[in-house]
Design a protein around this ligand. Structure first.
Ligand SMILES: [Zn+2]
Length: 104
């Protein structure tokens, strides 16, 4: 049995856009990341943890099609939030002092 895996999204409600923080996360790890980084997000931005139906095969969450499809399905919003790469999203929402979301 696969244990349940989480897809962690950062959603910006002001601009209706999102980025993928990471995927294939164990629940406990996802919770830790949220607790650690939630205080660093700009107001209007929040983490959303989604249950994955299965493990995603793409290693890099930034290029993972399954992630985006899942957000689209789960968002229930019209218009559907726009995907932004983490680097682009970082500049507008997370500030430059967030090492988790800065380019390495
Ligand atoms: Zn994915």
């Amino acid at each position: 049995m696969d244990q349940s895996l989480k897809l962690l999204v950062v959603y910006d409600s002001q601009n209706n856009q999102y980025t993928i923080s990471d995927h294939n996360l164990e629940e406990q790890h996802a919770t830790q990341l949220v607790e650690q980084w939630q205080p660093h997000l700009r107001s209007g931005c929040s983490f959303i943890a989604l249950d994955q139906k299965r493990r995603h095969r793409t290693a890099d969450a930034q290029t993972c099609r399954a992630c985006r499809d899942q957000v689209k399905e789960s968002s229930g919003r019209q218009p559907v939030p726009r995907f932004k790469k983490k680097q682009e999203f970082t500049a507008s929402a997370l500030g430059t002092s967030n090492p988790h979301c800065s380019p390495k």
